[in-house]
Design a protein around this ligand. Structure first.
Ligand code: HEC
Ligand code: CU
Length: 317
């Protein structure tokens, strides 16, 4: 689904462009250390001499120069890596640009609530699990923890930042090329931590603006609503609206994801399933089967009600 699945060896923007070379450098140094140490151990094993001779060597007070050289080299390499790491941290934290977009992302067990902030209150909207950004522009994200500690990580774009209840951390995203970048919660947060993914869709300014203009809109009441959709809307109203919002309808719950534009998203349940009619029906019929422990209960609905609800959801585009 994503073109850049959790790729942390190559950076495609913001902090990751600085972090990726450091990651590769640390891996190279670690491999070098393993190779040198292994070679020295093998050398020592195969150069074993008879005991009496070894005794004599110790007594002969071997020069300490090998030890000085080894310790000196190690210290030099470690200091070099420290300087490199500090420089990278400074580069990651430097945000000398005004943000083109301000977001607020709240992590919840086990999905992501995404709010697009705006000076104009009518342009603020909420969505879930799929972040859209214009390519090449700096996006500032206020990170909030909704229940327990989570961590926001889109490795091809930036390093991890913790999301702590009662405290706001800030991170930045900038994608240098268009694509779908995968993100993942990087702090163990309970049973479905592994099923807590998100995507960052980096697209041209024009398609981003078009996407945003659609998302801002609520669901306009249909002029003439077919009976099947009306049934579904009513079933949704009675079974789902305590937890879910569909802007422009009576449903205003805030426990689960905003479903106003559900059909615009490629995945559901924080990346656990693709957003296809079959997967969607399966999720609504038994979310606990797909994400055991998820905060959406299995609801007691007849087959006809389930069918009506999915018919209604299909209109949320
Ligand atoms: C008790 C609260 C609650 C009720 C009632 C509830 N849901 Fe949910 N729903 C949630 C939560 C929480 C999630 C997020 C689950 C996750 O991803 O871990 C969710 C996720 C979803 C998603 C996936 C959305 C996305 O973008 O990932 C859909 C679709 C959905 N619910 C539909 C429904 C429908 C339809 C009903 C009624 C038949 C319903 N829900 C009833 C809490 C609820
Ligand atoms: Cu989490």
């Amino acid at each position: 689904m994503s073109e850049f699945p959790l790729n942390y060896l190559t950076g495609y923007g913001s902090g990751a462009s600085a972090i990726a070379p450091l990651t590769r450098g640390l891996i190279a140094v670690s491999l070098g250390v393993i190779i040198i140490i292994s070679a020295l151990i093998l050398f020592a094993i195969f150069r074993r001499r008879p005991i009496e001779q070894a005794d004599r060597i110790v007594q002969a007070n071997t020069p300490l120069s090998w030890i000085y050289a080894g310790a000196g080299l190690t210290v030099a390499v470690l200091v070099g890596l420290l300087v490199w790491t500090l420089a990278t941290m400074a580069a990651v934290n430097r945000s000398n640009r005004a943000p083109a977009i301000d977001l607020e992302v709240t992590a919840r067990q086990w999905w992501w609530e995404i709010r697009y902030l705006d000076k104009d209150a009518f342009r603020i909207f909420t969505t879930a699990n799929e972040i859209h950004i214009p390519v090449g522009e700096a996006v500032r994200i206020r990170l909030r923890g909704g229940d327990v500690i989570h961590s926001f990580w889109a490795p091809a774009l930036n390093g991890k930042t913790d999301m702590i209840p009662g405290h706001i951390n800030v991170t930045w995203l900038r994608a240098d090329r268009p694509g779908v970048y995968r993100g993942q919660c990087a702090e163990y947060c309970g049973k479905q931590h592994a099923h807590m993914a998100f995507t960052v869709v980096a697209e041209s300014r024009d398609s981003f603006d078009a996407w945003r203009a659609r998302q801002v809109k609520g669901k306009a009441p249909l002029a003439s609503e077919p009976a099947a959709i009306a049934d579904g809307r009513k079933a949704f109203q009675s079974h789902c609206s305590v937890c879910h919002t569909v802007r422009g309808s009576l449903a205003g719950g805030a426990v689960g994801p905003d479903l106003t534009h559900l059909m615009s998203r490629a995945a559901i349940a924080a990346g656990a399933l693709p957003n296809t009619p079959g997967a969607l029906a399966g999720w609504i019929a038994d979310p606990q089967h797909i994400k055991p422990g998820a905060k959406m209960p299995r609801l007691d609905m007849s087959g006809a009600q389930l069918h009506a609800v999915t018919t209604y959801l299909a209109t949320l585009n």
